[in-house]
Structure formats: C-alpha cells, structure tokens
Design a protein around this ligand. Structure first.
Ligand SMILES: *Cc1c(COP(=O)(O)O)cnc(C)c1O
Length: 384
C-alpha cells in the first residue's frame, strides 16, 4: 500500500495493517490464547507464547510504529509499565534528567521504585536549555521529557533537547501522551524513544489501560523487547484490539478535542471569575512559539485557577460540574475535570508541586468531543 507515502489520517487506519492471514478478517481477531501449536519443537508460525508475542498485539505494535513515524512498536500493560521498561535499560549509578513538572505517577515510579536501585533522578525546569545542560554529567544516560506537561501545560522544545542529548551521548525519551502523534511526532524531532499512556487519547474511550513505546533504532528495539519479554508487563489481546480500534479514529477525535479546547480556553480566559488559564495556544503562553513550531495544534488539555480561590472553592467547582465528570485520567471522548493537588499529584509533596505551579486551587480539564455549548454552559454554572 505504499505505507511510507500515506498521510497521518490514513496511517491511523491502515498503518502496519493487513487483512488477517487466516480468513482475511479486516479487523485483527482477538487471539485470546497463551500458546501456539508446534509441528516439531521450534516448528511454529512466528508465535510460541503470548508473553513473547501475540498476533493481536503485533497488529497494535505495527500501528503504533506507523503513526509515530518509528520502526518498532512495543505494547505494555500500562503507560507506567512502558516507562518501567525504559528505566530498566539503565544500571545502578546511572542518572536521569527529567522535568520538574511531571505526571505524578511517573515521578512516583522514578523516586519511590527506581531510586532504591541506585538510579538517580534530577528534576529541572526544561524551558531553558542551559538549565538542562547544567544537570547533565558523565553518569547521565537518559533525558525524560513530557510535553505538554501535566498539568501546567508547559512546552519543552524537543528539537533543542535532542541536540543536547546527542551532544552528550544520552538517550532522549518523550512522553507523548498529551499531544499524540496527531499533534507532534518526537522521533522526527530527534527523540530516541516515544512513550504513551495509550489509556488516554490513543485508546480514546476510557475503557482500557495500556502503554506503548516506539523507537527507530533496531538495537534499542531489541533491548526493549528483551526487557518486555523478560519482565512480562505485556498488553493483552483484548486490550490490544481496543486500542487499535481507538487509533482508527484518533485524527477525527483530536480535531474535535482541539476545536473544543480552544473554545473553552478562550471562554475561561474571558471570564471575570478566572485568574489564570494554562493553554499553549495563547500567544501570551511563555512557550507559545515552541508549541507553534513543533505541534500541529494545541490539544484539549487546559488548566485554570479561579480568582482568590482556595482548595475548598476548587473542590466545590469540580463537584458542581455535571457534563464534565470528576475523575482521574484524560483523553477520552467524554470531558473530565480533575483537581491535581488532591488527585493525580497527591503523591508529590506540597512544596515540590507548588514550586511548579500545581497550587491547591488548580483545576485541570480534559475537554472531550461533546457539543461545545453544553460544555461551556456546564462550566459557567459551576464557576458561578
Ligand atoms: C496516565 C499517564 C501516564 C501513566 O500511564 P498509565 O497508562 O496510567 O500507566 C504517564 N504519563 C502521562 C502523561 C499520563 O497522563
């Protein structure tokens, strides 16, 4: 099908996909099996045990590689399982430089799980290349970037960080969960590894927990595959099927997420009771120019703070919302609202999170694809 020449909106549907070899099924069957018959020891058709490989997972992994402009995709049981595999590339004594405005679960994995194995994590503001470079030393093996960041919507210049990574001979991994390849493709900007919580926009329907890695380099892919198979946190066949189905509409959903996101960001910014709105599409956003240059749109993730609002006021607003559901997570077709200080970021010490702007009164929205009038009316009643 001339895969390489397909545009993104076709790759989501056809990328890496072929009708199933057995009966020509257009959607890959859910191969709900742990093992595969062999004619003679080692005489199999490419699959021997489903931790090592499963045809439904292979179909998803090929799709992931295609949409991220990579070569190899790996699907895991969750986004954090995918990150866990990346950190297992490292050895005791190695160091990682990461952003100080990181998804709470990523921070917890780094600090509470891997630090005790002798890996050191340095969290810095990544808006400025000198700050990142100052944190790199001879033990640094990996730079971990998340952009846009969660929940402050800071934008990190992937190309600039990749130049630093190359200069110092360290790997660059980018958590592309918020942007998705519809908005940005980090491998094209020089990253070595792209990571996803496919639980979010790729799955898109809040019905599955899945993680993904995509790389270009064969040696790196082999190392990650070894860890995936050896540690075993793989994505099951049913979950692979669901994410694959989600990816087929990614471009259509993202287009609407962006449109609704823009309308809500502008509504909030013009509201007399709102103090501050964090959304990279505003020209006043400190990293707007970088966002414009590396993204094809600004997404549907928005954070805001109400005027003079306290912890209690923020809680009241999220409780009053009716169309927006108060829930953790993001990226589904339905709109969600969250209170980072008590929910997603509760595991980060108050001092640490306030340094990066995650104040008690901050509310984060994952704007869904419902009718925009209903979403705005809901916010209006809750804020008033
Ligand atoms: C949700 C999320 C993760 C973790 O993924 P899980 O699928 O929940 O394990 C990592 N990074 C970001 C940005 C996320 O939003």
């Amino acid at each position: 099908m001339g895969e390489k020449t397909l545009k993104f909106n076709s790759k989501t549907i056809h990328g890496g996909q072929q009708p199933d070899a057995a009966y020509g099924a257009v959607m890959p069957p859910i191969y709900q099996t742990s093992t595969y018959a062999q004619t003679t020891p080692g005489g199999h058709k490419g699959y021997e045990y489903s931790r090592s490989a499963n045809p439904t997972r292979t179909a998803l992994e090929n799709s992931l590689a295609s949409i991220e402009n990579g070569t190899y995709g790996l699907a895991f049981a969750s986004g954090l399982a995918a990150m866990d595999a990346v950190i297992k590339l490292l050895n005791p004594g190695d160091e990682v430089v990461s952003t100080n405005d990181l998804y709470g679960g990523s921070y917890r994995l780094f600090k509470k799980v891997f630090e005790k194995f002798g890996i050191k994590f340095n969290f810095v503001g990544m808006q400025n290349a000198e700050t990142i470079e100052a944190a790199i030393n001879s033990n640094t093996k990996l730079i971990w970037v998340e952009t846009p960041t969660n929940p402050m919507m800071n934008i990190i210049d992937i190309k600039a960080v990749s130049q630093l990574a190359k200069k110092h001979g360290v790997l660059l991994a980018v958590d592309n969960t918020f942007a998705t390849p519809y908005l940005q493709t980090p491998l094209d900007l020089g990253a070595d590894i792209v990571m996803h919580s496919a639980t979010k926009y790729l799955g898109g329907h809040s019905d599955v927990v899945v993680g993904a890695l995509v790389v270009k380099d064969k040696k790196l892919a082999d190392e990650l595959y070894f860890i995936q198979n050896a540690s075993g946190a793989v994505c099951g066949p049913m979950d692979s099927f669901l994410v694959l189905r989600g990816i087929k509409t990614l471009h259509v959903r993202m287009q609407r997420h962006c449109e609704n996101g823009e309308a809500i960001a502008k509504f909030l910014a013009g509201h007399s009771k709102i103090e501050k709105v964090y959304w990279p599409g505003f020209e006043s956003h400190p990293n707007h120019e970088v966002a414009k240059s590396q993204m094809n749109g600004f997404g549907g993730m928005i954070s805001f703070v109400t005027k003079g609002s306290s912890y209690e006021d923020a809680i009241k607003i999220v409780e009053k919302l009716k169309v927006f559901t108060l829930a953790e997570s993001l990226g589904g077709v339905e709109s969600l609202a969250g209170h980072p200080a008590s929910m997603t970021h509760a595991s980060i010490p108050k001092e640490e999170r306030e340094k990066s702007g995650v104040v008690d009164a901050l509310i984060r929205l994952s704007v869904g694809i419902e009718d925009i009038d209903d979403l705005i009316a809901d916010l209006e009643q809750a804020i008033n």
